[in-house]
Structures are given as structure tokens and as C-alpha cells.
Design a protein around this ligand. Structure first.
Ligand SMILES: *[C@@H]1O[C@H](CO)[C@@H](O)[C@H](O)[C@H]1NC(C)=O
Ligand SMILES: *[C@@H]1O[C@H](CO)[C@@H](O)[C@H](O)[C@H]1NC(C)=O
Ligand SMILES: *[C@@H]1O[C@H](CO)[C@@H](O)[C@H](O)[C@H]1NC(C)=O
Length: 411
């Protein structure tokens, strides 16, 4: 058993090195046609995406993956990101490596080996057209404010960016899609819920269209000081970006202070009619660090080590995180579980599990009931089997991919 375990790990490591070696670098495309529509990044630059063309049986299948990166909630924080890659396409890397759900490698079989990795590594989406839409609006692609203050030159136009990019992709062949999946991680995972039905409506009625939210299920919960920190923050986001008119639950005027209800999946996701898969760690590390224990609620830094590595949490801190998990599960269960919904809620301390090969699909990647994430999502997409599973509480899951997290706060 020990040997088997060692070999699985060694094999996974070799595979990973080889996969990295043949990583697929994909060039950026700027959507110049978006500029006359006023569909621009915070700084007024054109939006952008990376497209890896589909091949073989995947030529009419489209995976559209929305990049994450938190939100800006007022002039100060929007100005702070305006001249970064999260606010300007001028600052974006011109190439991105596509891995995990975006990987174009079907199998990797070095031969002469007794493991049957071709069964493990075949992601259903490898030969699809794969798009990573860059995130530069700070509102999960929901903002639309006409006025641009000349003093700041800030553009709040996320919803227009969404439409302009979709129009370009439709023109590049997505209008003929037979299968399509809208996915995204973090703020992009939230956007993939918010835009799920509008994505569906853009595509042919005959197409199979579904949505995958990875680490996008942000919950409305008080922080450890008892303050409604995330609720206030989301109220500011929705107000600053003029998002309400573009949110499924909030198309009419809503009371000030209530805008955030249109942003929290627990209140709006049941309105989504298109099949939706929710992939999230119950101890989402971004949510622990920024919703449960934001810096303002931990002035003495008592949680510093625990936030970096769950293994360093005290038993009192772990108890609070167990309560967070229960609130998270309540928020998910409140939606009900129609058969069209997919659910992969594991007990890892993680944030975004579809973009890295290590968490998406390798012999040692996270599993629920021995099923890795890529297989669960593929089975659900193709109706091979339903997948609605919730893990037992920490630390029961031995399949988590444990990294000591960097102290960054991007969502
Ligand atoms: C903007 O939001 C940040 C983060 O929530 C906050 O610290 C800051 O005080 C806000 N600034 C203004 C001008 O409201
Ligand atoms: C596949 O599942 C979806 C719900 O996820 C359902 O609407 C559809 O009818 C199913 N299709 C087939 C062919 O069973
Ligand atoms: C990750 O950490 C969990 C909890 O401490 C542990 O049970 C698991 O074995 C670790 N996973 C790996 C792959 O080391």
C-alpha cells in the first residue's frame, strides 16, 4: 500500500512535469470593436480574451471561462486596480498557459507502465474551443454606468464588456455551438452564475448549455467581530458599478442597503434556469480570509497563521471554521437540489479547483467518493450521471491538495 502510494505520487509528479513542459500558451486577443460600444476596462482600454481553437469532435463545442480577481467597491479601490492587469488590458500578460479545465491534453500515457492513466486523465473538454475571458471591470462583469468622471477616468462597464466579448465569440463560431459550458473561478465563478441564463439565451436553442461556478459561491455571513462586512462590501460594489439593472434578481429598483442580495448566490441562484454546477470548498480559503476573518475584524493578527494554513489553526479557530462550513452548507442547501444541479463541495482549504491540473485531474487530485472534479463535471455535463456530493467535515478528506497559501487577497 505504501509502495502504491509512493508510486502514484511519483508518477503524478512526472506527469505534471511533462504536462507543464507541453503547456499550451495561448495569445491574447483585444476586443477593439468593444470600444465604440463603451464596453471597456476600468481604465478605458479594450477588454480581452485568450482563445484556444477546438479540434476534432470538439470544433463546435465551447468552454468560456471567466477570470476572477475580487472586486472594487468604491473610487479608492477601483483607482487602485485601474492600472493593474485587473483594470487595464494594457497591463495583462500577452500569453497565458492553459491548464486544468482549459488543458488541451486528453491523455498522457508514457507507455510501459502499469497504471491506466488514460482513464484518469481524459478531461471531456480537452478538444473544445476554450476561451479565458480576462477580468478588468471589478464587478464580476455586471457594471454599467454611462458617466465617466473626468477626474478619475474610471469606467464601470462590466456588463457591456460581457456582451461585447460574447458578440465577438459568437461571430468567431460560437453561434454554431452544439455544446457549451460557461465556467469561471472566484469573482469569475460568481459571474458564471449571474450570466448563466443570458449565456444560454445567446446560443442556439438546440445546443446543450450549462454553467460551472468554481469558488464563486460567496455567502452572506457575519465576520468574527459580528459585523456584516461582506454584505456592506457587496452593497458598495453593486452601487458603485450601477450593477442592479443587470442582475437576475434585481432588475427593478431596490432599497439602498439591499443591493447585495442580488449578488449573493444563496438568494439569486435559485432563479437560474440553466443547469448549474457548484464546485466549492466548504472552507473556501478566500472566504475565510476575507469574509469570516477580514483584516479589520482581526486587528491583533491572531488569525494570521491560521489563515495561511488550516493546519496552524487553534482548536477554537477550527471550531469557528466548522461553524462557517455549516453556514455554507445551509446556504447551498437552501437552493434545493433539482436533478439538473451539480454539487462538489469538498472539505479542503482551497479556492478555485478547476484551473490547476493538480486539483482538476491527476491521480492524486481531490476526490469525493473516489471521483475527481473533472470526472464529476464531465459526467454531469454529458448526463452520464448526476453528481451532488458534500464532503464530511475537516480533517476527514485525505485527497486535498495542500498548499501553504500565499498571503494574497485576490478572489
Ligand atoms: C473603500 O472601500 C475600502 C474597502 O472596503 C475601505 O477600506 C475604504 O474606506 C473605502 N473608501 C471610501 C472612500 O469609502
Ligand atoms: C440532461 O440533463 C438535463 C438537466 O441537467 C435535462 O434537462 C435534459 O433533459 C437531460 N438530457 C437527456 C438527454 O437526458
Ligand atoms: C492535506 O491535509 C489534510 C488535513 O490535514 C490531510 O488529511 C491530507 O492527508 C493532506 N493531503 C495530502 C495529499 O497530503
Amino acid at each position: 500500500m505504501l509502495y502504491a502510494n509512493f508510486y502514484t505520487w511519483a508518477y503524478a509528479l512526472i506527469l505534471l512535469i511533462l504536462l507543464k513542459a507541453e503547456a499550451n500558451f495561448v495569445d491574447i486577443t483585444y476586443v477593439e470593436s468593444a470600444i465604440p460600444k463603451g464596453a471597456v476596462c476600468l481604465d478605458g482600454s479594450p477588454p480581452a480574451y485568450h482563445l484556444s481553437a477546438g479540434f476534432g469532435s470538439g470544433v463546435n463545442n465551447w468552454l468560456v471561462h471567466l477570470e476572477g480577481g475580487g472586486w472594487c467597491n468604491n473610487i479608492t479601490t477601483c483607482l487602485a486596480r485601474k492600472n493593474t492587469h485587473l483594470g487595464s488590458s494594457r497591463q495583462m500578460a500577452k500569453q497565458l498557459a492553459f491548464s486544468g479545465i482549459l488543458s488541451n491534453t486528453q491523455t498522457f500515457n508514457p507507455g510501459g507502465c502499469s497504471f491506466h492513466l488514460e482513464e484518469v486523465l481524459g478531461s471531456d473538454f480537452y478538444n473544445w474551443n476554450k476561451v479565458k475571458v480576462r477580468y478588468c471591470d471589478g464587478s464580476s462583469f455586471t457594471g454599467d454606468v454611462e458617466r465617466v468622471d473626468p477626474a478619475t477616468n474610471l469606467h464601470y462597464r462590466g456588463a457591456r464588456v460581457w456582451l461585447a466579448v460574447m458578440e465577438e465569440l459568437l461571430a468567431r463560431g460560437m453561434s454554431k455551438a452544439e455544446n457549451a459550458l460557461l465556467s469561471g473561478c472566484s469573482a469569475g465563478g460568481l459571474a458564471s452564475i449571474l450570466h448563466c441564463d443570458s449565456f444560454r439565451d445567446l446560443l442556439p436553442a438546440s445546443a446543450k448549455v450549462k454553467c460551472l461556478s468554481d469558488a464563486g459561491y460567496f455567502i452572506n455571513v457575519k465576520d468574527i467581530s459580528g459585523a456584516e462586512h461582506i454584505k456592506a462590501f457587496y452593497n458598495d460594489v453593486v452601487t458603485t458599478h450601477g450593477s442592479a439593472k443587470n442582475l437576475p434578481l434585481c432588475t427593478s429598483m431596490i432599497e439602498p442597503g439591499m443591493a447585495s442580495i442580488c449578488f449573493f448566490p444563496q438568494y439569486m441562484a435559485q432563479e437560474i434556469e440553466t443547469p448549474l454546477f457548484i464546485l466549492n470548498a466548504a472552507y473556501d480559503s478566500w472566504q475565510i480570509k476575507n469574509i469570516l476573518v477580514p483584516t479589520v475584524a482581526d486587528r491583533h493578527g491572531t488569525w494570521h497563521d491560521c489563515k495561511l494554513d488550516i493546519k496552524l489553526c487553534s482548536s477554537a479557530q477550527l471550531q469557528i471554521m466548522q461553524e462557517f462550513r455549516l453556514e455554507f452548507l445551509n446556504a447551498v442547501n437552501g437552493l434545493g437540489t433539482p436533478s439538473s444541479r451539480g454539487l462538489f463541495i469538498n472539505s479542503c482549504y482551497a479556492h478555485c479547483q478547476s484551473e490547476m491540473q493538480e486539483t482538476w485531474l491527476l491521480p492524486n487530485s481531490p476526490m469525493l467518493d473516489k471521483i475527481p472534479i473533472a470526472e464529476a463535471v464531465g459526467d454531469w455535463f454529458y448526463n452520464r450521471s448526476a453528481f451532488q456530493k458534500i464532503d464530511c467535515p475537516y480533517p476527514c478528506d485525505s485527497t486535498c491538495y495542500n498548499i501553504s497559501l500565499q498571503d494574497n487577497s485576490e478572489a
